[in-house]
Design a protein around this ligand. Structure first.
Ligand code: SF4
Length: 730
């Protein structure tokens, strides 16, 4: 049983500005860099181009990369400060093994022997599927591909999934159902061409700051910007129309907007007839959602619903974009389908300035969901349960199709399976479930039950403290590879420095273990490009077809949009042109959606809605950004946002500390009284661990299709507390 060997609070205190990297001789005397390396930001799915300054094998700064077309040299606060994590003192530099006296350094050979011995023991005693793999959506396409092959060919387990399960899977599932392909429909260069833009469930200004400039360019060109969100986020403050939706009521609102469009004839019947199925069912369903009904459910005034419909329906071009705000729900897939219905019914898709997309969250949020590290997916975004898809992949991997494992468990289901004793061992790379998953206590007790747990990462994450073996992997700037941006553009990450100490690059670590379990022939890779060459071949003819993409092309063309089926193909920046969708008959499918309430609604005992999200200076579980001093200083601790009306009702004043309690646990945090949130809702950012973790409170109920947890709604009660009580929490 894996147990902590250091109190977690001691570890938390290790974070912060005092430990950030300072070059030998200090910043004053740094001199000219040895080289500038063109690459991309290591954080969000925008994947801004950046040039890293390198001196003496350290990243010591950055220069804008103005020629890269997406961000044209712009960077947000995270991109600007990313170089400060490079040689952070917390960087893992040697394999570690848990001993009765805490973690001790171990040789790679001994660590790998121990890993293989434990895998073989667990699989011999409990079957292959008792050993599971979890990986991350920050990994390059090459590593995502390798993790899938490692699990299915070396470990022969069906249980592999990734942390994108907590991110974009609702959008991905809806895209597949409606369009037959899962990618943004438009390049961002289409945004300034739109005359109406709906942004729903996305705090663009803080989570994807560079996108703001595209929206403002559209506004300068005359576009109406409509923002739907329970909070008046920075982008909402500059919108033409703000719809303050009650959390968890998005499908009712979108049905209401489409209701008005249909009633007023602001739909494209020719497009519907020629290019879609299912409109009649959708029309009948949304008939039930008059603006009045939609107002009653969503809390958005009927007049605002009518105005949004009119602007969208009567504009020559319109784009709808969303992010986790509508996806992190037990109805996440349905919420996305209502947005797709809207774009399809009005024919606003597949044209310059007209389209629909989700804004991917993690660095490779797009590519990491295409190459086979999901439990239901094979390379090329193929379906693991489709016999033809299985046969293609098995043949190209040189294995018998019968040996290829089937559908596995999702990341969230795995935690339950560990509790149930079905999963006994876990190998995890670049994923911090102890901070990221809902219901922290449930996750913690699952990790403690594992017979064997191996973590590969470059910082000691909160999760890694529960491991038996921790292997030091590579940070983004220490290896090359490709990632696929939020637009669907495949770009190149270039190596700037070598991994420090005895750390290894991630793909080498996985290949070393794989070759001990399988044969060299299956894992013959000598570098990342070898893996990319195999990935291209595996993707050929699949939905996510990368066959025509090469490292050379990416560098020369500043990225290539997939699908790109052969070397002479120019790539596909805009999907669905001419109304051509990716289902076998070329048509899109609309789906009638009935509003369902959240899994956990408010009641007398828990009368307030909690919603969670990000702040501009932090990123996801904070493993990296909580180690970058200036970002920590910008937003040092999680703060509860409360509306003044609710504050008065609860007797809470500015500067007070509050206890927020859900059915699972509680946190005590400082509060901020703001008018920018609905009075029935409070907000807590989720980047912190342990007693400051928003996910102590959240509900692990899942969307039945995508299996995404309901991070965006749970019921809480709030009472005044104080700092001493917060400090006493264990
Ligand atoms: Fe990095 Fe995203 Fe910020 Fe660009 S917008 S600098 S990719 S975190």
């Amino acid at each position: 049983m894996a147990k902590l060997t250091q109190p977690i609070d001691q570890m938390i205190d290790r974070f912060g500005p005092h430990l950030q990297f300072t070059p030998p001789g200090g910043w004053e005397d740094i001199g000219e860099p040895d080289k500038l390396v063109k690459t991309h930001c290591c954080f969000c799915g925008v994947q801004c181009g950046i040039q890293l300054k390198v001196k003496d094998n350290d990243v010591v700064g950055f220069e804008p990369w103005e020629e890269f077309p997406l961000n044209k040299g712009m960077l947000c606060p995270k991109g600007v400060k990313r170089y400060l994590q490079g040689r952070h003192p917390d960087r893992l530099t040697t394999p570690l093994k848990r001993t009765p006296n805490g973690f001790q350094p171990e040789t790679w050979d001994n660590a790998n022997d121990s890993i293989v011995e434990n895998i073989e023991k667990i699989q011999a005693e409990h079957g292959n599927d008792a050993f599971a793999v979890l990986s991350g959506a920050s990994l390059t396409n090459e590593k995502a591909y390798l993790m899938g092959k490692f699990a299915r060919v070396a470990l022969k387990t069906k249980n592999i999934d990734y942390n994108g399960r907590l991110c974009m899977v609702s959008a991905g599932a809806a895209n597949k159902m409606a369009f037959g392909i899962d990618r943004a429909a438009n390049p961002w260069s289409d945004i300034p061409l739109a005359k109406c833009i709906i942004v729903t469930g996305s705090n663009v200004g803080e989570c994807f700051p560079i996108l703001t400039s595209y929206l403002w360019e559209a506004r300068d060109n005359g576009a109406k910007i409509i923002v739907i969100d329970p909070r008046m986020t920075p982008i909402a403050r500059t919108a033409d129309l703000f719809l303050p939706v009650r959390p968890g009521r998005d499908s009712a609102l979108m049905n209401g907007i489409l209701h008005v469009c249909i009633k007023n004839g602001w739909i494209d019947e020719e497009f519907i007839e020629a290019h879609t199925h299912g409109f009649e069912e959708v029309r009948r369903k949304v008939e039930e959602y008059s603006p009045k009904v939609a107002e009653e459910i969503s809390g958005v005034p009927a007049k605002a619903i009518e105005q949004a419909a009119e602007w969208w329906g009567t504009s020559a071009t319109s784009i709808l974009m969303h992010a986790r705000g509508i996806e992190h729900h037990t109805q996440g897939t349905e919420n996305c389908l209502t947005c797709i219905n809207h774009a399809l019914a009005t024919g606003k898709i597949g044209k310059p300035g007209s389209g629909y997309f989700t804004i991917t969250g993690q660095g490779n949020g797009q590519g990491a969901r295409e190459h086979g590290q999901r439990c239901n997916q094979l390379p090329g975004a193929r379906d693991i349960e489709n016999p033809e898809h299985r046969a293609v992949v098995a043949e190209r991997w040189g294995i018998d199709e019968a040996e290829l494992p089937g559908l596995g468990m999702t990341a969230t289901e795995m935690m339950q399976a560990i509790h149930d004793g079905e999963i006994k061992g876990l190998l995890l790379m670049c994923f911090n479930p102890l901070v990221s998953l809902p219901d922290t206590e449930f996750t913690r007790t699952a990790l403690e039950k594992l017979e064997f747990f191996c973590v590969i990462d470059f910082f000691m994450s909160e999760t890694a403290w529960y491991a038996d073996i921790v292997l030091p992997g590579s940070a983004q700037e220490e290896d090359e590879g490709t990632v696929t941006t939020s637009e669907g553009r495949v770009v190149k990450i270039n190596k700037a420095v070598d991994p420090p100490g005895d750390a290894h690059v991630d793909w080498e670590i996985i290949c070393d273990i794989a070759r001990r379990l399988s044969t060299f022939e299956h894992f013959p890779f000598q570098n990342s490009e070898d893996i990319f060459r195999e990935l291209r071949v595996l993707s050929r003819g699949g939905i996510a077809d990368y066959y025509g993409i090469s490292y050379d092309r990416i560098e020369k063309e500043m990225g290539v949009f997939w699908p790109c089926p052969d070397k002479s193909h120019p790539g596909t920046p805009r999907l669905y042109e001419g109304g051509k969708f990716y289902h076998p008959d070329g048509k899109a499918k609309m789906h009638a959606v009935d509003y369902r309430p959240p899994d956990e609604d408010v009641d007398e005992a828990y009368p307030v809605i909690l919603t969670t999200g990000r702040v501009v200076s932090q990123f996801l579980s904070g493993t990296q950004t909580r180690r970058i001093g200036p970002l920590v200083e910008q937003y040092p601790e999680p703060i509860v946002e409360i509306h003044p009306n609710l504050a008065v009702e609860l007797g809470i004043e500015v500067g007070d500390w509050v206890r927020v309690e859900s059915r699972r646990s509680f946190v005590i945090l400082e509060c901020r009284i703001v008018k920018s949130i609905r009075p029935d809702t409070v907000f807590i950012p989720y980047h912190w661990p342990e007693k400051r973790s928003a996910n102590r409170l959240t509900n692990n109920a899942l969307d039945p299709i995508s299996k995404i947890p309901e991070f965006k709604v749970c019921a809480v009660r709030i009472e005044k507390s104080d700092r001493a009580a917060a400090e006493a929490v264990t």
